[in-house]
Unconditional design. Sequence first.
Length: 178
Amino acid sequence: MNPLDELRSLTDVFPEPRPLFEKVVHIPSATTPEPYRHLLVHNHHMTIAMEEFHQTLVDVKVLAEKLEANLYCRKILLLKHGTHDVVQFGLVRFNFDYVTKAVRDEILAGETPLGRVLINHNVLRHIDLGAILEITAGPQLADYLQMSVGGVTYGRLATIFCNRQPAVDLLEISARIV
């Protein structure tokens, strides 16, 4: 996978009125600065990583979604529970062929973060970290993440295998940690 091609594939699903990024650089995992390395360089759900780091549960806010047959895409923010404090921006492309109707229905309800749904339904899953990205925020991402245009943050591309099948492609970008 070429990380920048995969990034483009995910961002093209939801065209933005203003640029998400000023610049994106694929970087080696080993050079990811802390605390972003702890948050991003692992094979676990970002829901759990964000909750542990921020010491609170997270809520999902669905910004946009599309469902075509069994392919579901959504653009989301993760917020500190009960607040408007954004901890993550994400794009998700999910092939529902590999999960039960109950999992599909709960994800479509948009009330629970994806990682929590998969954990709660005990879906056999494995997360494959694809790439770490150093991201210079454009105006749209800066608005989503409550940061300055031109500010630098980090994100990752990953694939979640559900029941041994590549079911979910993800872009997960951490809010800036200061």
